[in-house]
Design a protein around this ligand. Structure first.
Ligand code: NAP
Length: 294
């Protein structure tokens, strides 16, 4: 357990992922101040010992390590660079750790802003959804200086058991996008296969059985795949966020001159699903889009 005079942590963004992640930091004994745009979400964190901050700037002014976990690039820029944002309050020598899934370009922009205050920056997006966030078993993909990661390791270790230094600033974000590319392909492939199985008159349980027996088996089939078969689309990872990640993969692909035609087709499927009103359902709800015929 961290002593009460250990590094002071600020945490901004208490959504599906941020709330359980911040709770781990508080339970580990780090002095923690939290802020969320919708103030009601702060309440459960106060019960595990966190303090409430008035604004991102106020939280940053009191912290040695400031963590952001919001939705997309424009949101993290609003919280960090906007009025009363982190940049206004952060102390010289402090670290901003952005754990949201954003583009490498956004990570580099945030890092540049931090240097104007002699503060450090780490991009540290996560692999794993609501379950691993609640269990503290996320995989954390870091981009930045090794020395910055070492300073942050004690607090990051409360949220994740595997921490991978991908490279310099932005590389954690790039590795995260490549990882979610695989997840989007898995979800789209499973959903199309399931549609085919059903329309061919097969029992979906046989489909799961054969995937489990295959060399490409994955625990994903038993959790998300079984949920798709039962049409359970309760949100662990919102469809709008996966769509955002697919857009960011396309942006990065353009920057580094990588052709991703299959990923582009999957992005179109997610765009249609979002336009059809499924933005806030789980990303597995793309099955419903395929069933209605895209
Ligand atoms: P979420 O449940 O939608 O929560 C988003 C959080 O960001 C909320 O606290 C929200 O505040 C805040 N926010 C959004 N826009 C904001 C703005 N302009 N200003 C201030 N606060 C803002 O999302 P999540 O599932 O926790 O995901 C957070 C990040 O982690 C995303 O980048 C996502 O892609 C990534 N991620 C998610 C998962 C997953 O399985 N869910 C897994 C890995 C990575 P309000 O409460 O006021 O709306």
């Amino acid at each position: 357990m961290a002593s009460s005079n250990g590094p002071r942590i600020g945490f901004l963004g208490l959504g599906t992922m941020g709330a359980p992640m911040a709770a781990h930091i508080a339970r580990a004994g780090f002095p923690l101040t939290v802020w969320n745009r919708t103030a009601a979400k702060v309440e459960p964190l106060l019960r595990v010992g966190a303090k409430s901050g008035k604004s991102p700037a106020h939280v940053a002014a009191e912290a040695d390590v400031v963590i952001t976990m919001v939705s997309q690039p424009t949101d993290v820029e609003a919280v960090v660079l906007g009025p009363d944002g982190v940049l206004d309050g952060i102390k010289s020598g402090a670290v901003l750790v952005d754990m949201s899934t954003v583009s490498p370009a956004t990570s580099r922009k945030l890092a540049g802003a931090m240097t104007t205050k002699q503060a450090e920056f780490l991009d540290a997006p996560v692999v794993g959804s609501k379950g691993p966030a609640t269990e503290g078993t996320l995989v954390i993909l870091a981009g930045g200086l090794p020395s910055t990661l070492e300073r942050c390791r004690p607090v990051l270790s409360t949220m994740g058991k595997t921490i991978i230094l991908a490279g310099g600033v932005g590389m954690g974000s790039a590795l995260k996008l490549a990882t979610n590319l695989m997840l989007a392909h898995l979800a789209a492939g499973f959903a199309e296969g399931l549609l085919l199985v059903q329309r061919a008159g097969l029992d979906p349980k046989r489909y799961l059985e054969v995937l489990e027996a295959s060399t490409f088996r994955s625990p994903w089939y038993q959790t998300k795949g079984a949920g798709m078969i039962k049409r359970e689309f309760a949100t662990h990872f919102a469809l709008k966020h996966m769509h955002k990640d697919l857009r960011l993969m396309g942006e990065l692909a353009g920057e580094v001159n990588a052709a991703l035609p299959v990923t582009q087709a999957i992005e179109a499927l997610f765009a249609q699903s979002e336009a059809a009103g499924r933005a806030d359902l789980d990303y597995s709800a793309i099955l419903a889009q395929l069933e209605q015929g895209t």
